[in-house]
Design a binder for this molecule. Structure first.
Ligand code: ADP
Ligand code: MG
Length: 442
């Protein structure tokens, strides 16, 4: 029967069917041991982690590669180098820890407006019915729009509903660092336990795993273990999974399995409400003219709003005066451009109706047959993409309840990745409806 050179041939065969990184991590360090009685091929892994991984991931591939190399083997057994009875490290004990969540980031302290009501509603649903409402929940937006706040709000609520729940909160960066450390110290078991035995996994800034092959592989298995086990996963990211550079397809599709919710830059009313809310919390009086002055001029993000408000409060304290319009005017030099004006709900309804060859009235009628319901769902989806309407006002515009709007949008978001025709239709409509005019703030 065969010998070590057979294993080398098998290794070469495997090399072609996996990434270089996987090969280096899992196959290269494995040595041939011996052939057993029942035409079992025994291999020697350097440690338990490699053994586990091979057994979970590569066993059938190794057998197949051996057979295609002409070896008549029935099975592959993996032993661990050094000892036949290496002590198995203790399983991860979940010690109740203090809540890792920022107590300031709660739902109560999250101001809801049309820019974020969708993400907020989804986050609330997940927090009150983990793994029952949407799984995973994927929240994405530009920076400073409240993703981390919502993630903590979910964590805070889960924790206060059931403090024995194993809620694992991490950033993708931390996940990666922990993984690297665990590999280095042969501690992967503990790492797996920590993440795969969670009751809920909340991951911030998940986009950073793009292009990081090994981290994605590890995250993929974590995701599967939890999702299969009916555990809630919540992910935050700076962009849609489809546009994260270097994200592997299997993660991209998994990220969009449940609910994808984006947060838009805040509209004027929401900016004012947030400033109001923040000044209340800081116990200062923010005159309305100052509030609207700031809100009209800042088009960036909520963190920035907070920064301006803090600076303003400091300045007022410094000169020992109330906050005044003159003071804030001084802080802002020139005018800024306001975001382009988008299409109206009516123009969206018209464009969609024309595209599907229906009268607009059909979209607003009670008719729920697929020929009408489907275009209506597309139109609702476009309202979310192109306008700053709240779910409720989209609902009103179509004579539907806001939960119907939520489901319709979620459905299209889900299907758009896999349904090419739908994608093309939506892109065509987006092209037609794209805003063109810029307007200046007064
Ligand atoms: P992101 O994670 O999207 O970059 P954060 O969650 O860190 O943004 O939000 C930035 C700051 O703005 C935080 O202090 C957060 O509490 C605040 N913030 C964001 N959105 C809201 C909101 N809707 N209501 C109240 N505060 C908000
Ligand atoms: Mg954040």
């Amino acid at each position: 029967m065969g010998d070590v050179s057979d294993w080398h041939r098998i290794q070469e065969n495997l090399r072609g069917s996996m990434t270089q990184e996987s090969f280096r991590n899992w196959v290269e360090p494995v040595q041939f041991s011996h052939f057993g009685e029942n035409s079992d091929m025994h291999l020697m892994a350097p440690n338990l982690d490699v053994k586990d991984w091979l057994e979970q991931e590569f066993l059938t591939r190794i057998v197949a590669a051996a057979r295609s190399a002409g070896l008549d083997i029935s099975n592959v057994a993996i032993d661990v180098a050094g000892s036949g009875s290496e002590p198995v490290q203790g399983a991860f004990d979940f010690e109740p820890e203090p809540s890792p969540f920022n107590p300031k980031y709660t739902f109560d302290r999250f101001v809801v407006g049309s820019c974020n009501d969708f993400a907020h509603a989804a986050a609330r649903a997940v927090a009150s019915r983990p793994a029952k409402a949407y799984n995973p929940l994927y929240i994405y937006s530009g920076t400073g729009m409240g993703k981390t706040h919502l993630l903590h709000a979910i964590g805070n609520q889960l924790y206060s509903n059931d403090s024995s729940m194993r809620i694992v909160y991490t950033s993708a960066e931390e996940f990666m660092n922990e993984m690297v450390k665990s590999i280095r110290y042969s501690n992967m078991r503990r790492f797996h336990d920590r993440f795969r035995k969670a009751d809920a996994l909340l991951v911030d800034d998940v986009h950073v795993i793009g292009s990081k092959e090994r981290t994605q592989e590890e995250f993929f298995h974590t995701f599967n273990a939890l999702h299969n086990g009916g555990k809630q996963i919540v992910l935050c990211s700076d962009s849609n999974p489809a546009t994260i550079p270097g994200l592997v397809g299997r993660l991209r599709s998994r990220f969009s399995w449940g609910m994808m919710a984006d947060i838009q830059p805040p509209d004027l009313e929401t900016k004012m409400a947030i400033l109001d809310h923040m000044s209340d919390e800081k116990q200062v009086n923010l005159p309305e003219d100052v509030c609207s002055y700031i809100a009209t001029r800042l088009n960036t993000n909520i963190r920035e709003l907070e920064g301006v408000l803090t600076r303003l409060i400091e300045r007022a304290r410094f000169v020992n005066s109330k906050i005044t319009l003159a003071m804030v005017r001084n802080m802002f030099g020139s005018l800024e451009l306001r975001a382009p004006e988008g299409p109206t709900v009516e123009s969206i309804q018209q464009a969609v109706a024309a595209k599907f060859g229906l009268p607009v009235a059909d979209l607003l009628a009670r008719n729920n047959s697929r020929t009408v319901a489907y275009p209506r769902q597309v139109a609702m989806y476009l309202c979310k993409r192109l306008t700053r309407m709240s779910l409720t006002s989209v609902g009103k515009a179509f004579h539907k309840h806001h939960t119907t709007v939520l489901h319709s949008i979620a459905k299209i978001e889900r299907e758009i990745d896999t349904d090419r025709e739908l994608k093309a239709t939506v892109e065509e409509l987006l092209g037609k409806l794209k805003p063109t005019r810029y307007s200046q703030c007064a």
